[in-house]
Design a protein around this ligand. Structure first.
Ligand code: NAP
Ligand code: MG
Length: 486
């Protein structure tokens, strides 16, 4: 059975597959459910999208920014009118539970509203001059054409937090969503079109990242690339962009996020938050907790309570009521996670819970994995160092606060980090010493508010530009300084 063919959108026009070349959009909870098919475009079509974006950008930049913002707010309203349908598409396409999808769709709507209103607040700076009758001030100008390349795990929120600031600043965009999640991407573009975005200002291209991705980075008309995804692909993009001058690059990459549990913590709260952060979205959040670093004195109590709670996690199709954890997104991802389980066992970590694919009648048509916990994990093990991107939590022991921080920092990544403690001094020392771009106290490593900056340290980012909040505007604009004498 084939899915309904949904087009790309280039220059405001639908573009259908050529010679039947498509990518298939499949429900990871049930592989017989083919949701849609999208064109598998090549470099040539990506290049044409970039050309049309460049043409459209000049007109778009001339539109006053409050008017650009008005279109974003209208798109948010249109998305809100379709709220239930969008949440359902997201669950069918990506696998997360309906509650998780609702939260994500609602976040995307807020993001469009936030940057819509930013249309009234695209400000420069005014400074007194050292000379008489002279004004000094700065203006923000758009970069031009921006390539936006996004992953499947937050397939409506991440594109929204890139597309909305790019557009309100007066840029045109060529947007390539992950091949697992093109339909929700199409819905974003559709809402903006219906809201009155001029043709060519936002173009949707689908197809293999390896193929059209290169065009989106190397094309001379592109002045900025905003990418979220794996470290490996991020590295490749950075190299290609550096080889070509004048391309600004923003990279948000993987994580290996720690949660420290001290002996003075509220253990029940720590267990609840760590379960949510480790197994929510089936562990497929860049901000997921993948290492719980627990003080010796409470290690056994924490472990016992954690396992008690994990036994009750209901795994299943995210569309069903009461399901707390959906499938992982695809077969390759599932196999990679199961491989890491074997690696953990062979490294000598103790498999405390889970570790297997679920294969009974209800599960066999999807990519379901048990929530998995390893105990007695040591910092040098691969399962303590490498991003697994699935429902696998490593428990690590620390005999002191200082040792806990040392373990937390002992990875190449630095996206988010949490501590659970009731000691305010330790909380502040943690804030000061932990190497992560987002730091939380008595809160899960996952979960971001839309109006503050987000981005990682170390291998989790290229550390040049933040996303989200007002800080996002810095990536999407360049500053012009004006000296005016009268
Ligand atoms: P991925 O394999 O790196 O893919 C991300 C995007 O890049 C997809 O659209 C993909 O297209 C495209 N792509 C693949 N090869 C490319 C190439 N050579 N040139 C240009 N683009 C290319 O990552 P993923 O598996 O989708 O997502 C999981 C990763 O994202 C994890 O590492 C996770 O930590 C990270 N992530 C980070 C953040 C953050 O904010 N730090 C947030 C979410 C996720 P195809 O789908 O067509 O292959
Ligand atoms: Mg991938």
């Amino acid at each position: 059975m084939l899915g309904k063919v949904v087009p790309c959108i280039i220059g405001g026009e639908p573009v259908y597959p050529k010679n039947g070349q498509t990518i298939r959009d499949i429900n990871p909870a049930d592989v017989n459910d083919i949701i849609a098919e999208f064109p598998k475009l090549g470099r040539e079509e990506a290049s044409r999208a970039i050309e049309l974006a460049e043409e459209a950008q000049r007109g778009w930049a001339a539109v006053p920014s409050p008017e650009r913002g008005r279109i974003l707010v209208k798109a948010a309203n249109l998305m809100e009118a379709e709220f239930d349908e969008l949440a359902k598409i997201l669950t069918r396409e990506e696998g997360k539970t309906l509650n998780e999808s609702r939260a994500e769709v609602s976040r995307a709507i807020s993001i469009f509203r936030f940057y819509g209103i930013m249309g009234y607040r695209l400000r420069g700076e005014f400074t007194e001059s050292t000379e008489q009758n002279t004004y000094l001030f700065t203006l923000r100008e758009p970069l031009g054409v921006i390539s936006i390349i996004t992953p499947w795990n937050f397939p409506i929120a991440i594109p929204s937090w890139k597309i909305a600031p790019a557009l309100v600043c007066g840029n045109a965009v060529v947007f390539k969503p992950a091949s697992y999640t093109p339909l929700i991407a199409y819905k974003i573009v559709e809402a903006l079109q219906k809201a009155g975005l001029p043709p060519g200002v936002l173009n949707l291209v689908t197809g293999s990242g390896a193929e059209i991705g290169d065009e989106m980075v190397e094309n001379k008309r592109v002045s900025g690339v905003s990418f979220t995804g794996s470290y490996e692909v991020g590295e490749r993009i950075a190299q290609k962009a550096n080889a070509k001058k004048n391309t600004r690059v923003q990279l948000e990459l993987g994580g290996k996020n720690p949660a420290i549990v001290l002996d003075d913590a509220d253990i029940d709260r720590a267990v609840a938050m760590i379960i949510r952060a480790a197994f929510g979205l089936s562990g497929q959040a860049c901000t997921a907790t993948s290492r719980a670093i627990v003080h010796d004195k409470v290690y056994d109590e924490f472990t016992r309570k954690l396992i008690e709670r994990i036994r009750r996690i209901k795994v299943g199709n995210g569309l069903q009521d009461g399901v707390e954890m959906g499938p992982v997104v695809g077969e390759n991802e599932m196999n990679k996670i199961l491989q890491y389980v074997n690696i953990g066992i062979s490294e000598g970590a103790k498999l405390l819970y889970g570790g297997k694919r679920l294969t009974s009648e209800d599960y066999i048509r999807g990519y379901f994995i048990e929530p998995t916990v390893f105990s007695e994990v040591t910092p040098d093990m691969r399962i303590a160092q490498e991003e697994i991107f699935g429902p696998v939590l490593a428990l690590m022991r620390a005999s002191s606060f200082d040792e806990a921080i040392e373990i937390a920092n002992k990875t190449e990544y630095g996206l988010t980090a949490s501590i659970y403690t009731s000691d305010i001094r330790k909380a502040f020392e943690f804030i000061k010493n932990v190497q992560a771009g987002v730091v939380k106290v008595n809160k899960p490593t996952t979960g971001l508010e839309i109006h503050v900056p987000f981005g990682g340290f170390k291998k989790s980012s290229n550390e040049m530009f933040k996303e989200q909040g007002e800080a996002a505007l810095d990536f999407y604009t360049k500053i012009k300084t004006v000296y005016l004498s009268f």
